[in-house]
Design a protein around this ligand. Structure first.
Ligand code: AMP
Length: 637
């Protein structure tokens, strides 16, 4: 039986983190190394902006690498495993220190200075992590763009972040096939208004990599030249920025989540102990990608700041077979693992022998996040792993570390399937009724909000747009500064939270957050599309899949079955080209009219409900009922 949350030590720690906020976070700050201690723990004089550890000076790279050299120089820091290229390489902390300094020197030679932006568009290779850490070392602000994004998406991020340098590679690999990057890099530089002056290319020998004279530099050549380079860690104000990471929201234009230095370092160090319960020297395996926030926090910075060993994995969970991750767990005695519910569902389709035949006894906990974790999957994977505890944790790009989670480093509480447990220390949660704006009671649905000040590690602002930060995140509840997560949730009488889905037009495909507007804008690039609506539809494997309903300028093209198929394929290809294949709709349906209210608002929820075989709901505001009939009809095809 779960004990009521409010009688546990966890609840007491949580209460203290809110009531004695500064004392709590002053204690946490002692676990990182400071060049100059902070003079003020929190400056909240300009709500809703919180500035943590004001006056303090530190460096993320110093905390992730240099400070471990005295005790852990020969301990593996990073183990790179690629089942795509069949490579495996271990870098000790001493090796990592050397590689990062070399990378930092190369960046300096290409003109990178403190405060400059560097865009990293890379596959999952060790050099991508060297590049991130090298930026941190120099005080440059990195912006990692997921390698699956297409050239126009990359160009939009270039124009927003205005990097002086882009770091890329000739190709990524997926399922044994090369995924060339260089032509996308060239195309993005051509499309961007403010392309970077320099591009540093890591040539893996996988694809054609024609170099642009005067702009492109070859990493291998420069690496030989700067092998013994030494570069000190730049003293950074805790309140300086460490990185920008773009994420989707309601509008078409992705937002640049801007993170600080000191608060982030402290938040991650604290989370490695209190949430992930991973000790220095232990092995942490996060299967995400550095293009996402989980990768930033728990492939790169968190485990390294903690003095743990991080596994960097390029490949699929089922190649060469579905035992690969458990083989890695066995071989490297992984203590804590972090993955996604979609990956767990992929594995669930395979023979459980792949898990049971490996010795996974070192694995204390498997953390799953990024999308809702369904109970059957959680149960299945826990059983297949011989009872390993499954920790559903809920958070966002914006927060940088878990908002709702079990915290076994503090107390061994029970978990409930389907629930990411409790608010993490530092997060002052509110569940607010959508129309009364009052706090809801137990088991009542509300908008999940955080009362500011946001704890350390959360976004400082939206890059270059303070106004957008305030308007986007703090206007869900009139007259009050409450940070909206844009998720609905309930909390039961014992304090366990349950996430019910987004309040906005964001969908979640295999843990990847996509804006339906973004996908609609991409589809609009197809010359025959007059109007389009995209909704997220429940999918047994990926959680949700985008589905598009398009009105064509010339509907004659889809009059035959052949024509319809060709047009659907062409629209999918347009999404691949404009945004990236991760956003490709599972289906594109053709209609002559979209369901709208009399005031012209698209009735997305109705389309989504129908696509999921549910009732369309209240349709009294619908302008033309035949639009819904058309949706129903095409869904049968
Ligand atoms: P991202 O910023 O890409 O990490 O996406 C964050 C969003 O993913 C959240 O706002 C939720 O909608 C969803 N999400 C993340 N973790 C969970 C979880 N454990 N359970 C349910 N939804 C989640």
């Amino acid at each position: 039986m779960a004990r009521p949350y409010d009688t546990t030590r966890l609840a007491q720690v949580h209460a203290r983190s809110i009531q004695e906020r500064e004392a709590f976070w002053a204690e946490q700050a002692k676990t990182i190394d400071w060049m100059k201690p902070p003079q003020q723990i929190l400056d909240y004089s300009k709500p809703p902006f919180s500035r943590w550890y004001v006056g303090g000076e530190t460096n993320l790279c110093y905390n992730a690498v240099d400070r471990h050299l005295a005790a852990r120089a020969n301990q593996p820091a990073l183990i790179y495993i690629s089942t795509e290229t069949n490579e495996e390489k271990t870098y000790t902390y001493a090796d990592l220190h050397r590689e990062v300094q070399t990378m930092a020197t190369i960046m300096q030679s290409l003109g990178v200075k403190k405060g400059d932006r560097v865009l990293i568009y890379m596959p999952m290779i060790a050099e991508a992590i060297f590049a991130m850490l090298a930026c941190a070392r120099l005080g440059a602000i990195h912006s990692v763009v997921f390698g699956g994004f297409a050239a126009p998406s990359l160009a939009a991020r270039i124009d927003d972040a205005t990097p002086v340098l882009m770091v890329s590679a000739d190709a990524g690999m997926r399922s044994g096939k090369e995924v060339p990057y260089k032509h996308l890099v060239d195309e993005a530089c051509r499309l961007a208004q403010k392309p970077p002056a320099k591009v540093l290319m890591v040539n893996r020998g996988l694809a054609q990599c024609g170099m642009v004279a005067g702009r492109d530099a070859d990493y291998a050549a420069l690496r030989t030249q700067h092998q013994a380079a030494q570069v000190p860690c730049a003293p950074m104000l805790a309140t300086d920025s460490s990185y920008i990471l773009y994420t989707s929201g309601t509008t078409g234009k992705p937002k640049g989540v801007q993170r600080d230095v000191g608060g982030y370092a402290v938040a991650l160090a604290a989370s490695m102990r209190h949430i992930f319960d991973c000790k220095p020297g232990e092995v942490f395996f996060c299967t995400s990608d550095i293009g996402w926030v989980v990768g930033h926090s728990y492939i790169v910075y968190g485990p390294l700041i903690n003095g743990s060993t991080t596994i960097v994995y390029e490949g699929l969970p089922i190649r060469p077979d579905a035992g690969i991750w458990w083989q890695i767990v066995e071989r490297y005695k992984v203590s804590a693992m972090f993955s996604s519910p979609t990956a767990a569902r992929v594995l669930k389709k395979q023979d459980p022998k792949y898990m049971t035949e490996r010795n996974t006894s070192s694995l204390r906990r498997l953390f799953l996040a990024g999308e809702p974790l369904d109970e059957p999957t959680a149960r299945w994977i826990s059983e297949a792993l011989g009872g390993t505890k499954i920790i559903d944790n809920y958070w966002q790009t914006e927060t940088g570390w878990p908002i709702l989670t079990a915290q076994h480093g503090i107390e061994d509480t029970e978990t409930k399937f389907g629930s990411p447990s409790f608010a993490a220390y530092g997060y002052d949660m509110r569940l607010i009724h959508e129309s009364t704006f009052e706090e809801v009671g137990a088991n009542e649905k509300g908008m999940l909000c955080i009362a500011p000040p946001l704890p350390p590690g959360c976004l400082q602002t939206v890059w270059g747009d303070d106004d957008r930060f305030v308007k986007t995140y703090f206007s869900a509840v009139p007259g009050k500064y409450l940070y909206s997560t844009f998720d609905y949730a309930t909390r039961d009488a014992e304090g366990y939270y349950f996430i019910l889905g987004r309040t906005d037009d964001v969908i979640n495909v295999a843990g990847h957050r996509l804006g339906t507007r973004e996908i609609e804008e991409a589809i609009q690039a197809h010359p025959n599309v007059a109007e389009v609506a995209v909704v997220g539809v429940a999918d047994a494997l990926k959680g949700q899949m985008p589905m598009a309903f398009a009105v064509l300028k010339n509907p004659a093209t889809v009059q035959t079955e052949e024509g319809r198929k060709a047009e659907e394929k062409a629209i999918m290809a347009t999404v691949d080209k404009e945004l990236g294949a991760i956003a490709r709709p599972g289906r594109v349906h053709f209609v002559t009219l979209l369901p709208k209210t009399r005031s012209g608002k698209l009735l997305r929820r109705a389309m989504q409900a129908l696509a999921e075989g549910k009732d369309a709901g209240d349709m009294t505001t619908l302008e033309d009922p035949s639009a819904l009939e058309q949706i129903k009809a095409v869904l049968k095809t």
